[in-house]
Ligand binder design. Structure first.
Ligand SMILES: C[S@@+](CC[C@H](N)C(=O)[O-])C[C@H]1O[C@@H](n2cnc3c(N)ncnc32)[C@H](O)[C@@H]1O
Length: 201
């Protein structure tokens, strides 16, 4: 039996993109409809959705009247997003080196992103920089110790992933002077499956 290849995010998600939306219900189940309500009033807010993928969250944000910019390392994921809503601005770029000026956004969101970052601190630092004073970072942290197998046209792959303890994520955010306002653990049976955080600059 051939070994499953572990790919970095950009090539991995470029390959996974055509099948990604089949997982939407599964991904939603990790949020149990609790993520968006944590963000408060969204009307007319300028939002950066980092690791936006095919737009699962970006589209919801656009529907409630925000001005969304969707950033992702994978051009193929963003192509699918763009086909769903042409009004959403898409940028191929890296969460750890955001191509935006300081103090640009009211809200930065990142759903299922930090599982792909070895050290999320660099991204948090960048999010802090591009947020306006008083702006919020909304980030989720899935409890995933093993990267799942993904079927692609080139066979099964895994995409490089990292496990992050909830306490460490809070520590990192506070070390950058973010005020953690909400820290919600989502449970299935008695096990936490996802952490939803709102942190204010
Ligand atoms: C699990 S998907 C989540 C997509 C979307 N946020 C959602 O909730 O469905 C993770 C996304 O993060 C992107 N990604 C991974 N590392 C990244 C990085 N350093 N900068 C920007 N995007 C990244 C991947 O390309 C992929 O589209």
């Amino acid at each position: 039996m051939s070994k499953i290849k572990i790919l970095k995010s950009a090539p991995g998600y470029d390959l996974a993109a055509p099948g990604y939306d089949k997982k939407e219900k599964y991904l939603n189940s990790f949020e149990q409809n609790k993520f968006l309500p944590l963000l408060g009033n969204l009307k007319n807010k300028k939002v950066l959705d980092v690791g936006a993928g095919t737009g699962r969250l970006s589209l919801l944000l656009a529907q409630v009247g925000t001005q969304v910019t969707a950033l992702d390392l994978s051009a193929e994921m963003l192509k699918i997003l763009k086909n769903k809503d042409k009004k959403i601005a898409t940028v191929v770029g890296d969460a750890e080196n955001l191509p935006f000026e300081n103090d640009t956004f009211d809200i930065v969101t990142a759903a299922f992103l930090i599982v792909h970052l070895k050290d999320p601190l660099t991204f948090f630092d960048e999010a802090y920089r591009v947020l306006k004073d008083g702006g919020i970072l909304a980030v989720s942290n899935i409890n995933q110790k093993e990267a799942p197998e993904v079927q692609t046209k080139e066979g099964k792959i895994k995409i490089e992933s990292f496990y992050h303890r909830p306490e460490k994520i809070i520590e990192d955010l506070e070390s950058l002077a973010f005020q953690v306002e909400k820290n919600v653990l989502v449970y299935e049976k008695n096990i936490w499956i996802n952490q939803l955080i709102i942190a204010r600059k």
